[in-house]
Design a protein around this ligand. Structure first.
Ligand SMILES: [Zn+2]
Length: 296
């Protein structure tokens, strides 16, 4: 009775009661949302948030996954169509009559031997607006997912396949070669939704069978004709620059490393890029140099 009387006599009370009810409802909703599952993120987005993008030090070392145990084959994935037999050769350079040159960076990682990511090279390429082709190891992509996405998103760059675990194609069997190629293709597709038709042989070693297997699986074997020698710590920036410029000619494909084991690469790179351009060459990607349509 008292409450009813108060409600009737005091018009503010219904408003007060409404505020109390709304407050209780909101507290209830807040409790509900904290009890439900936290929002899920894709693994790539999680990596992006937790792994520093600009890092030259390897991320915490996971155990290398043996070939036979990597089973995350993406849905809808299938290998590329074979390339014609005549194209199953080693592409060491582009047209010698055109003033185009391609910078390539191998990002190698062998099984059980975690490599890094040379962010200083990426900084130089961005600063100088230099196109480049990166050949990524499958295990490296698995262990550096944020870096793989960063490279893929950069319109200056294109990505190639550098085998799953960097085994020597001059000694392994045809089945092993196929496995090395396709596991890396699947890893790229899993992360990016596309795969590449550019392949770089580990160590650059091969035999006729290797070229055939690479072609059968839809990739072009991209070699080089201008070696930086950057995995050798004794080749300093000046010596590297002199060597690269000495062997440079129209259509050249230059090989360097961006896995943290090109010891003086980032230091030498600005001078090399500047000299190449001063000599009248245009720096392009491999697919541009060879007029291959990059598969995406
Ligand atoms: Zn390599």
């Amino acid at each position: 009775m008292l409450i009813r009387k108060l409600f009737l006599e005091h018009k503010f009370l219904p408003v007060f009661a409404a505020i109390v009810i709304i407050t209780f409802v909101m507290i209830g909703l807040a409790n509900l949302s904290t009890q439900s599952n936290p929002p899920t993120q894709s693994s790539a987005a999680t990596m992006e948030n937790t792994e520093p993008l600009a890092s030259t030090t390897p991320s915490p070392a996971p155990l290398a996954t043996p070939l036979s145990t990597w089973t995350a084959v993406p849905a809808h994935w299938e290998p590329l169509s074979p390339i014609p037999g005549v194209a199953r050769v080693l592409f060491t350079n582009g047209d010698r009559a055109e003033n185009k040159v391609a910078l390539t960076f191998d990002v190698c990682q062998a099984e059980g031997d975690l490599a890094g990511y040379d962010s200083e090279i990426i900084r130089v390429l961005n600063e100088t607006q230099t196109p480049a082709t990166f050949f990524l190891g499958g295990e490296w992509m698995r262990d550096h997912q944020a870096n793989t996405l960063e490279l893929a998103r950069n319109p200056l760059f294109e990505l190639g396949n550098h085998s799953w675990s960097h085994r020597d194609f001059s000694v392994i069997s045809a089945d092993e070669m196929k496995n090395e190629i396709l596991l890396a293709q699947q890893q790229m597709y899993d992360l990016l939704g596309y795969q590449t038709n550019l392949f770089r042989l580990p160590y650059g070693t091969y035999n006729e069978e290797a070229l055939n297997v690479i072609g059968e699986n839809g990739l072009y074997a991209i070699q080089w004709d201008d070696v930086s020698g950057d995995p050798d710590p004794n080749i300093d920036a000046q010596r590297m620059t002199n060597g690269v410029l000495q062997h440079l000619q129209s259509g050249s494909i230059i090989i360097m490393h961006a896995n943290g084991r090109g010891w003086h690469t980032a230091e030498a790179l600005p001078g090399i890029i500047q000299s190449i351009r001063q000599q009248g060459y245009t720096l392009v990607t491999v697919s541009d140099l060879l007029q291959i349509q990059p598969y995406k």
